[in-house]
Design a protein around this ligand. Structure first.
Ligand code: R1P
Ligand code: URA
Length: 235
C-alpha cells in the first residue's frame, strides 16, 4: 500500500488510463474491459484492472488538478511499477478551429503551475508527451477513422481564472485547449522514467461559450477511450 492506493503489488497493469473522474474510471472498466476488478478505492478514487483484447490494462481516477494527479502518478510509477500513463480527460477549447467533441492529443503542455520549475532547478521545462505513445495513438485513431488534433495544451491551476485576457494570449500562442493535469503528468513521468500522454475531448469552448450536454459527453468520451485502448495494445 501507499498513502493513497490500497492495491497489492502486481494489481496494476503496466499501462494505466487516468480520467480525472473516478466514476469515468468505473464506466471505462465496466464498458470496455473484460474480467475487471476494483483494485483501489481510498477516498473513492476508484481504480480497476481488467483486459482489453487480451492485454492487461488498468484505469483509475486521477482527481482534478496537478497536485492530485501528481500524487497518483508518482505512487503508480514508483510503488507499482507502472510504465505507461494515459490521461483521458476533458478540456475547454481555445483555438477557433476546434469544435465541441474534437479529440486533442497534447504533444506538449504549457502551464501556470510551478511544479516543473520545482523539479527542474527553477528553469522552464518543456513538458512533452512520450513520442512512441503519441505515434501509437495517432495511428490507432487513424485505424478507427476518428479524427484527432495534436498540439499544445494549457494545464491551468485555476478552473475559474480571474484574468480572462490570458485566453487571448493562449489563442495567440496557438494553445488548442485548457485542462488541468497534463503538464504535471508529463513532469512526473520524466522525473521517474515513465511514459505519459494526455488525450482530451473538448467538452466546452471557452471562447464561444459552448458546451456539450451530458449525453454528448458520454458518447464523445467513448471515442477517446477506444483510441487510448487501441494504442495501449502497441506501447
Ligand atoms: O474531465 P477531467 O479529466 O477531470 O479533466 C478536466 O475536468 C476537470 C475540471 O472540470 C479538470 O480535471 C480538467 O482537467
Ligand atoms: O479544465 C478545464 C476542462 C474543461 N473546460 C475548461 O474550461 N477547463
Amino acid at each position: 500500500m501507499t498513502p493513497h492506493l490500497e492495491a497489492r503489488l502486481g494489481d496494476f497493469a503496466e499501462t494505466v488510463l487516468l480520467p480525472g473522474d473516478p466514476l469515468r474510471a468505473q464506466f471505462i472498466a465496466e464498458s470496455f474491459l473484460s474480467n475487471s476488478k476494483q483494485v483501489t478505492g481510498i477516498r473513492n478514487m476508484l481504480g480497476f484492472t481488467g483486459e482489453f483484447e487480451g492485454k492487461r490494462i488498468s484505469v483509475m481516477g486521477s482527481g482534478m488538478g496537478i497536485p492530485s494527479i501528481s500524487i497518483y502518478a508518482t505512487e503508480l510509477i514508483n510503488h507499482y511499477g507502472v510504465k505507461n500513463l494515459i490521461r483521458v480527460g476533458s478540456c475547454g477549447a481555445i483555438a477557433p478551429d476546434i469544435q465541441l467533441r474534437d479529440i486533442i492529443i497534447g504533444i506538449g503542455a504549457s502551464t501556470d503551475s510551478g511544479v516543473n520549475r520545482a523539479r527542474f532547478a527553477g528553469l522552464d521545462y518543456a513538458a512533452t508527451a512520450d513520442y512512441t505513445m503519441l505515434s501509437a495513438t495517432t495511428k490507432a485513431a487513424g485505424e478507427l477513422d476518428i479524427p484527432v488534433q495534436v498540439g499544445n495544451l494549457f494545464s491551468a491551476d485555476l478552473f475559474y481564472h480571474p484574468d480572462h485576457t490570458l485566453f487571448d494570449t493562449m489563442e495567440k500562442m496557438n494553445i488548442l485547449a485548457v485542462e488541468m493535469e497534463a503538464a504535471g503528468l508529463y513532469g512526473v513521468a520524466a522525473e521517474y522514467g515513465a511514459k505519459a500522454l494526455a488525450i482530451c475531448t473538448v467538452s466546452d469552448h471557452i471562447r464561444r461559450q459552448e458546451q456539450l450536454s451530458p449525453a454528448e459527453r458520454q458518447s464523445s468520451f467513448s471515442e477517446m477511450i477506444q483510441i487510448a485502448l487501441r494504442a495501449s495494445l502497441t506501447i
